[in-house]
Structures are given as structure tokens and as C-alpha cells.
Design a protein around this ligand. Structure first.
Ligand code: C5J
Length: 223
């Protein structure tokens, strides 16, 4: 199949393609979580939920594996460097009790993926302590086991965890395709800059395409 993507078409084999949905958690998308504690307007991120749900459904129908990530830490904070917890001047720090449980802590309500995009039984869910999903996780081994060569990316936030993971994946030899309308930032100009820098210089980090463009390449696969 060929994705009609920018800066040019991306050829991929559905059998070696996977979707990674980054950090679509209540802590980033709903009021009272980590994103809001940093002073962000979380409502901006809610706009991509329908497009992301369509992308996930299209991948599932085409037999493309769907992997979900969650940024969160162990309850004893042993995997949260003080430099991360102490950064800035948030209302609530990582591990503090908030309206959705302890902020950014594994197992708490805020760390869960939003119900609209919930993983189905058997889908891989990766808890990650960093911004990049390869750091301190088994993602690399898992993808090697699947034989994955091409990764489709969705999720939040575009310039932080999505871009970091795309760069990690690019350095590991994956072709990376970001779904433009299934990713969002608290800062629209940062999203635009990220899309531009990913596909600049002949796809130096990867490609971008709309969810519709991705689904049209996948549709014959699921038929
Ligand atoms: C942030 C993320 N923005 N998932 N995390 O801290 O992008």
C-alpha cells in the first residue's frame, strides 16, 4: 500500500505496519490532571478524539496492531527523576493527590486511557516513565517480535511525547507516519512547527498524512 503523505508518498506493507497511540489519558485530556496542573487548556486536546477513534477503528479493521502508551510513574516514584517532579511551578506535582487520583501515577483514574479510545482485550498497553515510548520500556522488543517496519503515530502532545517517540523510532530504523488530525498540542503553533520539522529535508524524521488519507490506503486491506 502507499500512503498519500507529505513530503511524498510512503510505501508500506500492512503486514509490517503498527499504530501507536500516545498518552490519550485522562491526565492530559480532562480537567484536574497533569496537563491542567501545568496551566494548560486541556479542551484543545479533546477535539482529536473522534479522528483518533476513526484511525484506531480503521487499523483494527485492517488487522494492523494497535499499541497504546500511558505516561505514568510507579506509586513510590522510583522511576520519576526529581528533575522531572521538581520542574516548574505546577499546582500539583507528580504523585500529589488530585481530583482523578494521584497525578500521573500508574493505576490511578487519571492515568487511564480515555474511555472513547479504550484498548480492546489483547492490545498492547505500555506504561512509560519518559516522554519517549522506547525509553525504559519493552516497546523495541515488542515491535521486533511483530516484525514491524512502519509505525503510524497518533496522540498527545505532538511536540512532546509524540515527537520524542517518533525521533526514537526513526533512529531505530522505522518509517514513521504521523496522523495530522489525530495529534494535538496545548500550543497550536508547536503542533504546526512539529509537523513542519518532521517532514522537512525529505522526511528527515518521517511523514505526515490526514486520518482520511491513512484510512484510504488501509481500506482495501480490511476489505
Ligand atoms: C507531556 C506528553 N506533554 N504525553 N506529555 O508532558 O506529551
Amino acid at each position: 500500500m502507499i500512503f498519500d503523505a507529505r513530503p511524498f508518498g510512503l510505501s508500506a506493507d500492512p503486514a509490517t505496519t503498527a499504530l501507536i497511540v500516545i498518552d490519550m489519558q485522562r491526565d492530559f485530556i480532562e480537567p484536574g490532571g497533569f496537563g491542567a496542573s501545568l496551566g494548560n487548556d486541556v479542551s484543545l486536546l479533546q477535539a482529536i478524539i473522534p479522528a483518533t477513534a476513526r484511525l484506531i477503528a480503521g487499523c483494527r479493521a485492517a488487522g494492523i496492531p494497535v499499541i497504546h502508551t500511558r505516561e505514568c510513574h510507579q506509586p513510590d516514584l522510583s522511576d520519576c527523576p526529581p528533575a522531572k517532579r521538581d520542574r516548574g511551578n505546577p499546582d500539583l506535582r507528580i504523585g500529589d493527590p488530585g481530583p482523578m487520583g494521584r497525578i500521573l501515577i500508574a493505576g490511578e483514574p487519571g492515568a487511564q486511557i480515555i474511555p472513547e479510545l479504550a484498548p480492546t482485550p489483547g492490545e498492547k498497553v505500555i506504561d512509560k516513565p519518559g516522554k519517549g515510548a522506547f525509553y525504559a520500556t519493552d516497546l523495541g522488543e515488542y515491535l521486533a517480535g511483530l516484525g514491524t517496519k512502519t509505525l503510524i503515530f497518533a496522540g498527545v502532545t505532538t511536540e512532546v511525547c509524540v515527537q520524542t517517540t517518533m525521533r526514537e523510532a526513526n533512529d531505530r530504523g522505522f518509517d514513521c507516519l504521523l496522523a495530522e488530525d489525530a495529534t494535538e498540542s496545548y500550543f497550536p503553533r508547536f503542533k504546526q512547527a512539529t509537523l513542519d520539522m518532521i517532514r522537512a529535508q525529505g522526511a528527515i524524521v518521517g511523514w505526515t498524512a490526514s486520518v482520511d488519507e491513512i484510512l484510504s490506503a488501509l481500506a482495501p486491506v480490511g476489505a
